[in-house]
Design a protein around this ligand. Structure first.
Ligand code: PHE
Length: 454
C-alpha cells in the first residue's frame, strides 16, 4: 500500500520520534506519582509488578498504538476509523479514539494543577523559602498553597498557556522544536540530581527500599495500581502515542523504537526513585507520605542539605519540563482531530481547547479549597479524575487497542507496519497482543472487583 500523507507534518527522523514519545511518557507520572505510589505500596514488590506490566502489557500495546497511528496518518479518532475500514470492519471503532480524547482532557485537567504546584515550587525554591524548614512548616507551605485558589489558578493558567503555545506551533515548529531542547536538558538535570543524591543521601537504603522484593506487601489493589500506572506512565490507552506515531517516518522500525521509549521511561522512573528515596531516608522522613512526598518531604530535605537550594530549584525545573512535554501530548489528539474535522488552523483550535481545559482544571483545583465538599464516589474531584483515568479509562482504552490490533486487523496490515524480520518475534507480539495483554487487563479488573466486593 502507498503510504498515506499526514496533513500535520512528520518527525524529521526516528530519533525525533523517540525523543517526542519519551517526552510524552516521562512526566509527573515518573517523578511525582511513581515514587509516591511505590512508597505507599511497599516499594520493591510493587516495582517488580510494575516492570512486568510494562514489558508484558505496555510494550505490545504501545507497538499497536504506533502501528495504527502510522497506518492511519491522522488523529487517533480518524486513524482508528480509517484503519478499521481498511480491514473491512465497522468505522465505529473510532469510538476508541473518542474515549481516548476525552480521557486526555480529564487527565489534563488535574495534570495541569499539579504542574502548577511544580511551577509555584520553582519560584519558592529560587526564593529560598525552604531553607532550614521543618516538615511541619513544609506541610503548612503546601497546604497553604492548596487552600489558595487564586494562586493555584495563576499557576494553572500559566501552564495551560505554555502547553497551548507549543501546540500552536504544530508538529515541526512546535512539538519537535520543544522536544529537541527540553529532552536533553531533562536528562542532564536528572543525572545531576542522581549524583547529588548518591553523594548526600542514604543511597543504599534508598536502593534497598526500591528493589527489595517482599511479596507480603502486595495486594490486588497494588497490582491494579501498578497496571494502571504502566498505562499512565507510557501515555497509553488514550491516543497520545497513536497521534505521535502518525507522524513517524515509514522507514523506522516500530519494535525497536518502542522498546527504546519504554526503556527510557522506565529508567527515568527508577532514577527518579533513586534520587528521591535516599534523600528521604537520609532525613528520616516517611517514604509513604503519598502525593505530598515531592512537595513536602523533598523540600524539607533540600532545605537541610548543602547546595540544597540550587538542587531543589533544579529539581523542580526538571519536573516542570517533564510535565510540559507530557501535557502537550495529552492535547495533541484533540487538536489534530479539530484541525482535520473543521479545517481550522491550529491557533484557533488551541485557543478553544485551551479554554476548555482551563475551565476543567478549575474544577480540579477547587478540590483543595472552595470545592472540597464535592464528593464523587467518595473522592474529591481531583482524586476522582486521577482514579478514573489511570485505573479505568486508560486500561480500557489499552484493552480495546489490543483487541483491535490483535483480532480486527488482519495479519497483512500488522505485518506490513511492524515489518519484523524474525517470524518468531512477530509471533510473540501477536500472542501478547491477542491473549496476554487483554487477559491481564481483564483479570486484574475482575480480581479487583471481587476484592472490593468481598
Ligand atoms: N505519561 C505521562 C506521565 O507519566 C502522563 C500521560 C498520560 C501523558 C497519558 C500523555 C498521555 O506523566
Amino acid at each position: 500500500m502507498k503510504d498515506r500523507q499526514n496533513i500535520h507534518g512528520s518527525w524529521a527522523s526516528r530519533w525525533v520520534f523517540i525523543m517526542a514519545a519519551t517526552g510524552s511518557a516521562v512526566g509527573l507520572g515518573n517523578i511525582w506519582k511513581f515514587p509516591y505510589i511505590a512508597g505507599e505500596n511497599g516499594g520493591g514488590a510493587f516495582v517488580l509488578v510494575y516492570l512486568v506490566c510494562i514489558l508484558a502489557v505496555g510494550v505490545p500495546i504501545m507497538m499497536a498504538e504506533v502501528l495504527v497511528g502510522r497506518r492511519g496518518r491522522q488523529s487517533p479518532i480518524n486513524s482508528m476509523r480509517e484503519v478499521a475500514m481498511e480491514a473491512d470492519h465497522s468505522p465505529k471503532w473510532a469510538l476508541v479514539g473518542w474515549i481516548g480524547a476525552l480521557a486526555g482532557f480529564l487527565i489534563f485537567s488535574f495534570y495541569s494543577v499539579v504542574a502548577g504546584w511544580v511551577l509555584a515550587y520553582v519560584a519558592a525554591m529560587a526564593n529560598g523559602d525552604f531553607l532550614e524548614i521543618g516538615s511541619e512548616q513544609a506541610g503548612q507551605v503546601f497546604n497553604q498553597l492548596l487552600s489558595d485558589p487564586q494562586t493555584l489558578l495563576i499557576w494553572h493558567s500559566v501552564f495551560v498557556v505554555l502547553v497551548m503555545a507549543v501546540l500552536m506551533g504544530g508538529v515541526n515548529k512546535g512539538l519537535e522544536r520543544a522536544t529537541k531542547i527540553m529532552m536533553p536538558a531533562l536528562f542532564v538535570l536528572l543525572l545531576l540530581l542522581l549524583g547529588y543524591s548518591m553523594s548526600s543521601g542514604s543511597f543504599g537504603e534508598g536502593l534497598d527500599f526500591l528493589f527489595h522484593f517482599d511479596p507480603s506487601e502486595l495486594s490486588w489493589n497494588a497490582v491494579l495500581v501498578a497496571l494502571g500506572h504502566s498505562f499512565f506512565t507510557l501515555s497509553l490507552g488514550m491516543g497520545s502515542i497513536m497521534a505521535y506515531g502518525s507522524y513517524m517516518p515509514k522507514s523506522a522500525s516500530i519494535g525497536s523504537t518502542v522498546l527504546t521509549i519504554a526503556a527510557l521511561d522506565t529508567v527515568v522512573a527508577l532514577v527518579a526513585g533513586m534520587a528521591i528515596f535516599p534523600i528521604v531516608f537520609a532525613n528520616s522522613l516517611d517514604p509513604a507520605a503519598g502525593p505530598g512526598l515531592m512537595f513536602i518531604t523533598l523540600p524539607v530535605a533540600f532545605g537541610h542539605m548543602p547546595g540544597g537550594q540550587v538542587f531543589g530549584f533544579l529539581f523542580f525545573v526538571l519536573v516542570g519540563l517533564a510535565a510540559w512535554t507530557s501535557a502537550i501530548s495529552l492535547m495533541e489528539p484533540g487538536v489534530a482531530w479539530m484541525v482535520e474535522r473543521f479545517g481550522l488552523k491550529r491557533a484557533p483550535v488551541c485557543i478553544m481547547l485551551g479554554i476548555v481545559v482551563w475551565l476543567l482544571g478549575i474544577g480540579a483545583l477547587s478540590s483543595f479549597n472552595f470545592g472540597s465538599d464535592i464528593a464523587l464516589f467518595g473522592l474529591n474531584i481531583f482524586d476522582f479524575l486521577d482514579f478514573i483515568t489511570a485505573n479505568i479509562f486508560l486500561p480500557l482504552g489499552g484493552l480495546f487497542v489490543a483487541l483491535f490490533a490483535g483480532w480486527i486487523l488482519n495479519q497483512r496490515i500488522t505485518q506490513n507496519e511492524l515489518a519484523i524480520a524474525v517470524p518468531s518475534v512477530y509471533k510473540a507480539w501477536s500472542v501478547m497482543i491477542r491473549y496476554v495483554a487483554p487477559l491481564a487487563v481483564a483479570a486484574i479488573f475482575i480480581f479487583n472487583l471481587i476484592d472490593k466486593l468481598g
